[in-house]
Ligand binder design. Structure first.
Ligand code: ZN
Length: 444
């Protein structure tokens, strides 16, 4: 009998095992022996672990009752920081085509987000003097929640959206929408057919882009010589400060600081000349970019001071990133200690919400129905299903009143004020709300 493993493969495996053993013996992380991936921004090998959240299923793959006896795909959820350009990132295990082609998220369902969009449109039209002769393009325009406000003002707008079902909703709102992913190729075609854009908008899309350089090169190709790009995305500094490790999931490929995003844009001839810090999604940045040559738009004090702040806080050093994993492990232990004590005392614990971030938290902490009997969600699409991986039943919010749990763990902690107000009746039987992030805490 010949072994199915060839000689050179055996040698490679042995070498890797020897390396793992010697790393373990020296107190180092044995996974350093695993082959390295490369940075999606600058192509340097990735060596610095930011946080390893173990194996996790995709966060939107809720399990139907008839799927309960089937297995689920799990992928590594391990974020690295690049030692060269300091972009924090995940590897791409699933293509955006698999994630975004039929997307269940319609931006218009969130009234606070639609209001955020309306205020933005008012501000940017005034700031850039946009009118009927201008051209606005939004990438990942979803159901037209934002562009509808330009259309209402008579400013010509075009949406680019990969999910056909949400794009259809935009078209029904009279927002012209192309069903496409954005990159160099799409940018070239749009520029040719519709002309270059005076304003390109991208909200919560940059983090979802696997080929970052192709995307930013596309921005440059589509942007008119005097045009402006604005993009919003969660700010890495807030993620770290607020311990928001649960906002890391497979659909988010990149986690940006200002200094890391500046480098990506500079590589493609674009300068970030202004930045705003916003409270949305636990703390976001809105960056303003222009062509390097269009120096009329001068660097703002806000851009200068945030850049200086990040440099002072060490965002251009490896050490800034290397300690985050330990901080996350401590958060996990404290949450589990709370749940173990509560269950030991015979308390009943239910969840509120079944968001993507809940999936990362539950899987990483190993919280299943032994700790959380069920969770509830207002979205009827999720009710009757189970959380991915941990398979906790998702019920309608009425289940809370029916079972009167002692503790209600709010999984979308960014909405804790709204939820504790809406479900204030929990206090009628002495129930308490609990948030897991930044640290487990029972609300007053
Ligand atoms: Zn890099």
């Amino acid at each position: 009998m010949t072994s199915p493993v060839r000689q050179e493969e055996t040698e490679l495996i042995t070498m890797s095992m020897d390396l793992q053993l010697s790393l373990l013996a020296s107190g180092e992380d044995a996974r350093k022996a695993i082959p390295k991936f490369r940075c999606r921004s600058c192509d340097a090998p990735l060596q610095t672990s930011f946080v390893d959240l173990g194996m996790s299923p995709l966060c939107q793959t809720h399990i139907a009752p008839e799927q309960l006896h089937e297995m689920e795909p799990f992928y590594p959820l391990h974020a690295y920081a690049c030692d060269e350009c300091f972009l924090v990132q995940l590897q791409e295990f699933v293509t955006p085509g698999e994630i975004f082609s039929e997307y269940a998220y319609f931006s218009s369902y969130s009234t606070s987000w639609v209001e955020h969009a309306r205020r933005y449109v008012e501000m940017i039209c005034r700031r850039l003097g946009l009118g009927s002769a201008s051209r606005v393009v939004e990438i990942a325009s979803n159901d037209g929640y934002l562009l509808q406000h330009f259309v209402a003002r008579g400013v010509p707008a075009l949406g680019i959206e990969p999910a056909a079902n949400v794009a259809r909703a935009a078209t029904e709102r009279s927002v012209p929408t192309l069903v496409r992913f954005f990159g160099r190729e799409t940018a070239g075609q749009v520029a040719e057919e519709h002309g270059q854009a005076d304003l390109i908008i991208g909200n919560n899309v940059l983090a979802h882009v696997p080929d970052l350089n192709d995307f930013v090169a596309g921005l440059r190709a589509l942007l008119a010589p005097t045009g402006v790009v604005t993009m919003e995305f969660p700010h890495l500094a807030r993620l770290m400060e607020g311990n928001q490790f649960d906002t890391i999931y497979h659909e988010h490929f990149s986690y940006f600081s200002l200094v890391a995003v500046e480098r990506v844009f500079a590589r493609h001839g674009l300068t970030l000349f202004d930045v705003e810090e916003l409270p949305t999604h636990g703390g976001s940045l809105r960056i303003y970019a222009r062509h390097q040559a269009h120096e009329v738009l001068a660097l703002s004090d806000r851009a200068r001071s945030l850049h200086a702040r990040e440099v002072a806080e060490g965002f251009l050093t490896r050490e800034r990133y290397a300690g985050f994993g330990r901080q996350v492990e401590a958060t996990k232990r404290r949450l589990l200690a709370f749940l173990i004590e509560a269950r030991d005392q015979g308390k009943r614990v239910a969840g509120y919400g079944a968001p993507g971030k809940g999936n990362t938290l539950l899987n990483y902490c190993g919280i299943r129905t032994d700790f959380l009997e069920f969770t509830v969600d207002a979205n009827p699409y999720k009710q009757g299903k189970y959380t991915p991986g941990t398979r906790i039943p998702i019920l309608a919010p009425e289940a809370i009143r029916a079972t009167k749990p002692d503790y209600v763990l709010i999984l979308p902690w960014n909405l804790k004020d709204e939820i504790s107000r809406q479900a204030a009746y929990v206090r009628e039987w002495g129930g308490r709300f609990v948030v897991p992030i930044p640290e487990v805490r029972v609300l007053d």
